[in-house]
Design a protein around this ligand. Structure first.
Ligand code: GDP
Ligand code: IMO
Ligand code: MG
Length: 423
């Protein structure tokens, strides 16, 4: 394994943080390539329990941890995260931040809230962290980048012109009080003073590592079904969460990509609005949420839970080209007598085996289930596939068949050590 992209294969929160932390024991470089602090990656290891929003989950082991330019960066959140890591004696000097990464500004957070409120009943259920507005500004060429913090004069001039434009929208469209250029300038200059020495051009460093066959992990955020192009648009995030985004957001050429590891949880969850055909509104859904503590790492919102959606899973595998997959949270299903897997959708009397592009169609899709017996045994101590009860092994094998890709890891608990390496 030289360069591996680690990609969320569902609607986020698949356990990317745990898997990246684990694989980073062997990798030297870890690059977070997309999203912002809408992400919450949980890592549990010998240093404690951490919810990382921006810092790559490899920070505990890898010698280089890089925030790539595909990330939108809220400096305040990053500084809190770094302070917390330092408190736990983690070496944060191994961090670097791409000078091309766009900054989340106070008006992005404000606009995210105003836009969501204005959507009313059709709100996306965003994390209100300013993610959409920051990516919109990037596309509109109104963004301010981390590198801009390194020259205060350049930063002030850029900020002033952008804030004047933003204030026109904030006051005239939303009837809200304007943002103060001077306040933002002062706050962000302080952030620049604190973060300045981490900010640099990281692309050469990443390319050199790849050319020298150094093990690199490209850490994704969110999940493939939240991707803005191929996900359940418009109930998506504003970045590219796919394997293609790993190259786009790190600056590494696709020719260097050796492995694409998809992360799936053994059932399905989703936070925020949007279609989710296998969502359970009954006691089983509730029991999964409580057993797995399915509450958002970033917002604390209860996650919607449901059966494994094989149609969405296979779609995700195809659009990413997964070379292998990791299955997480298998232990959460330990107490269920019968398990259901969605193998197709029914739409207007027709059977579909691929996620439709139309959100209206997807909302109408009825899952077609097959059933498998549960194992009703605690599997958290399993160290190899053979330790799993036969019913659990059959479940894993069936998912691999549906996803159409070999399984390389099975996770049976949140800790680094609670993992079965298949190959
Ligand atoms: P991420 O955003 O993909 O990194 O995932 P999150 O950290 O938001 O959510 C995954 C949750 O599942 C976290 O609370 C993890 O500690 C936990 N977790 C990861 N793998 C396992 C597992 O195999 N079993 C159990 N029970 N929990 C897991
Ligand atoms: P990780 O990396 C789960 C969801 C939000 C909302 C939609 C748009 O921890 O897997 P945004 O704030 O991005 O504009 O919200 O995307 N969302 C996530 N759901 N895990 C995440 O990240 C998510 N990041 C965004 O809940 O539905
Ligand atoms: Mg998460």
């Amino acid at each position: 394994m030289a360069v591996t992209a680690v990609i969320g294969a569902q609607w986020g929160d698949e356990g990317k943080g745990k898997i990246v932390d684990l694989l980073a024991e062997k990798a030297k470089v870890v690059v977070r390539f997309a999203g912002g602090d809408n992400a919450g990656h949980t890592v549990i290891n010998k240093y404690g329990k951490f919810a990382l929003h921006l810092v790559p989950s490899g920070i505990f082991s890898a010698s280089d941890c890089i925030i790539g330019h595909g990330v939108v960066l809220n400096p305040e959140i990053l500084i809190h995260e770094l302070d917390n890591l330092e408190k736990h004696h983690i070496d944060i000097s191994r961090l670097s931040i791409s000078d091309r990464a766009h900054l989340i500004m106070p008006y992005h957070i404000l606009m995210d809230g105003l836009e969501e409120d204005a959507r009313g009943g059709s709100a996306i259920g965003t994390t209100r962290r300013g993610i959409g507005p920051a990516y919109s500004d990037k596309a509109a060429r109104l963004g301010i980048r981390a590198g801009d913090l390194l020259d205060k004069k350049v930063f002030y001039d850029r900020l002033k012109s952008v804030v004047e434009y933003k204030n026109a929208i904030i006051t005239k469209v939303y009837n809200h009080k304007p943002c103060s250029v001077d306040e933002i300038y002062k706050t962000y200059c302080a952030y620049g003073d604190r973060l300045g020495h981490y900010i640099c051009d990281v692309t050469q460093k990443i390319e050199n590592a790849a050319l020298n066959d150094v093990e690199i992990l490209l850490e994704g955020a969110q999940g493939s079904l939240l991707d803005n192009d191929l996900g359940t648009y418009p109930y998506t995030t504003s970045s590219c969460s796919l394997a293609a985004g790993a190259c786009l957001g790190s600056g590494l050429s696709p020719k260097h990509l050796d492995n694409i590891l998809g992360i799936y949880k053994a059932y399905t969850s989703r936070v925020g609005a949007g279609p989710m055909p296998t969502e359970l509104h009954d006691a089983i859904g509730e029991s999964i949420r409580e057993k797995a503590h399915e509450y958002g790492t970033t917002t604390g919102r209860p996650r919607r839970c449901g059966w494994f959606d094989g149609v969405a899973a296979r779609y995700s595998s195809r659009i990413n080209g997964f070379t292998t997959f990791a299955l997480t949270r298998l232990d959460v299903l330990d107490e269920l007598k019968t398990l259901k897997i969605c193998t197709a959708y029914k739409l207007n009397g027709k059977t579909l085996d691929r996620l439709p592009a139309s959100i209206t169609d997807l909302m109408k899709c009825e899952p077609v289930y097959e059933e498998m017996p549960g194992w009703m045994t605690d599997i958290t101590k399993s160290k190899k596939l053979a330790d799993l009860p036969p019913a659990a092994r059959r479940y894993v094998e069936r998912l691999a068949q549906i996803i159409d890709c070999p399984v390389s890891l099975v996770s049976v608990g949140p800790d680094r050590s609670e993992t079965i390496f298949v190959k």
